[in-house]
Design a binder for this molecule. Structure first.
Ligand SMILES: NC(=O)NCCC(=O)O
Ligand SMILES: [Zn+2]
Ligand SMILES: [Zn+2]
Length: 505
């Protein structure tokens, strides 16, 4: 026995059995891509989709899965995770293997994690994360966090893009004294990102004001998890979102706002997009389906599990974010999966500032988004595929290898039964945490089968994964968000050089 068996996860040493890469035929399902849905068979060979058409005939050595009445969709891609991350003198309870296994049980087949530099060194950070990811059982990519600025960082950014398959850099506008950067660095970083064709990402909260807000709560004697909510109101998220957007506009560089948690921040994005600016907004599952009532629970353990930044907002923000997602104001859904158990959360029993920030979601995202958006009638299955998979693949320039069921795409596929239901509880989830922020949630739509890289890894409620079978996915620079940017810049420059006629007085 080992921890994985205890968690209900089996893993195979050899490449045989249920989890090996096989020839698979999925028959009779509704194959959903972001551009269309059609009833068809899907044939998989050697880890890729070989054909999508009607009435595919195969030999006896092919595993046949009947998907009649069910949806056959690209596996989810989670653009925002923190596996094995060090946070406030502790480490998240899910490492790459357990977090990915949980993801597969929930229908997600790829994630993009954030590399944290070591003493400001990007290459040392990358090396550390390559080690963390060695046992991966699912495909993954990396974003890189930028925490300081100098010539070495600038040079290393170039190496990350040109040699290491990283095409996005994240800047924290919060976490003063730790990861936070100032506007000067943000401007340098945006300029460098643009020259490399890499996407700039921001965690948007005004870190100085949050620091002040935290001090205010402590001085008022508010030390519990509700102090986390009160210390960093939505106005601080909106301010930083607006500032980040304006500075990105000043550099004419595309911008990706991670974990949009409030209506206020979403409206900043809506305004910028209406003006034609290239801004991507990522809501996360907790912001879409939860509200802040949990933070006010009298039981500390319950309240502390909801502590994340920016905070989960008051009821009303959730519905506004759902509407923005269905209208295309926000484009893709992440999780910010950063799971911590109740003993770790208890570090802040006397001071909410010491509660390590983070909630789970990597296993729950596909179910909760289906239920909240499709089952509720706010979104079509095709749009669901777009916001859970395809748009992420397009933004990070790995489409249609990922994010689609087309001949030649990786065989990362789920079969979802819309007539079956799911129930979430820490008693049966696959992540390593002893709690779940979605405890007791039920809904329609169940991922019955997950195929990752041509392996059936989740079927009949059983998870079979292979450590080391997950591949690092290189993400090339100059994705679609950069198309035409050079022409816009050339027009801007020529407008500056237009002769000014002055008359002598
Ligand atoms: N969000 C959060 O509370 N923890 C993870 C780190 C981050 O994304 O800010
Ligand atoms: Zn963040
Ligand atoms: Zn995060």
């Amino acid at each position: 026995t080992n921890q994985f068996c205890e968690a209900g996860i089996k893993y195979e040493e050899s490449g045989c059995g249920l989890s090996s890469s096989s020839k698979i035929l999925i028959t009779g399902g509704t194959v959903v891509n972001a551009h269309q849905q059609v009833i068809a068979d899907v044939y998989i060979e050697e880890g890729v989709v070989a054909a999508v058409k009607s009435n595919i005939k195969v030999d006896d050595d092919v595993i046949v899965l009947d998907a009649t009445g069910k949806f056959v969709m690209p596996g989810g891609i989670d653009p925002h995770t923190h596996l094995g991350m060090d946070v406030l003198n502790t480490t998240t309870v899910d490492d790459f293997f357990t977090g990915q296994a949980a993801a597969l049980a929930g229908g997600t087949t790829m994630h993009i994690d954030f590399v944290i530099p070591v003493n400001g060194s990007l290459s040392a950070g990358l090396k550390a994360y390559q080690k963390k990811a060695e046992d991966s059982c699912m495909d993954y990519g990396f974003h890189m966090v930028i925490t300081k600025w100098n010539e070495d960082v600038s040079r290393e950014m170039e190496i990350m893009v040109k040699e290491n398959g990283i095409n996005s850099f994240k800047f924290f506008m919060a976490y003063k004294g730790a990861l936070m950067i100032n506007d000067e660095l943000l401007l340098e970083g945006f300029k460098k990102c643009k020259s490399l064709g890499a996407l700039a990402m921001i965690h948007a909260e005004n870190g100085d004001a949050v620091f002040e807000g935290q001090k205010r709560m402590i001085e008022l004697g508010i030390t519990g998890p509700e102090g986390h909510d009160l210390s960093r109101p939505a106005v601080l998220e909106a301010e930083a979102t607006g500032r980040g957007i304006r500075l990105a506009s000043f550099s004419n560089t595309p911008l990706y706002v991670v974990h949009v948690m409030s209506r206020d921040a979403m409206e900043e994005i809506a305004k910028a997009r209406r003006s034609g600016q290239r801004v991507i907004g990522e809501p996360i599952v907790s912001g879409l389906v939860l509200n802040n009532s949990g933070l006010w629970d009298p039981d500390f353990t319950t309240a502390a599990k909801f502590v994340m930044s920016p905070p989960i907002r008051a009821a009303g923000h959730d519905k506004a974010l759902q509407a923005a997602l269905s209208a295309g104001v926000l484009q893709l859904v992440g999780t910010d999966h950063c799971s911590l158990n109740s003993t770790q959360k208890a570090f802040g029993i006397n001071d909410f500032r010491k509660i390590p920030n983070g909630v789970n979601g990597i296993e729950e995202r596909m179910h909760l988004v289906w239920d909240a958006m499709v089952e509720s009638g706010q979104m079509s299955p095709s749009d669901y595929v777009r916001v859970t998979s395809t748009e992420c693949a397009r933004i990070f320039n790995i489409y249609p290898k990922k994010g689609a069921i087309l001949a030649g795409s990786d065989a990362d596929i789920i079969i979802l039964n819309p007539n079956s239901s799911f129930k979430i509880t820490a008693k049966s989830h696959h992540t390593n945490s002893d709690t779940n922020v979605y405890e007791g949630f039920t809904g329609k739509g169940k991922v019955e089968v997950t195929i990752a890289g041509g392996r059936i890894v989740w079927a009949n409620g059983e998870l079979k994964v292979v450590p080391g079978s997950g591949k690092y996915i290189r993400m090339p620079p100059f994705g679609y968000l950069f198309d035409g940017l050079d022409r816009a810049d050339a027009n801007y420059l020529s407008s500056l050089r237009a002769p000014v006629k002055r008359f002598k007085s």
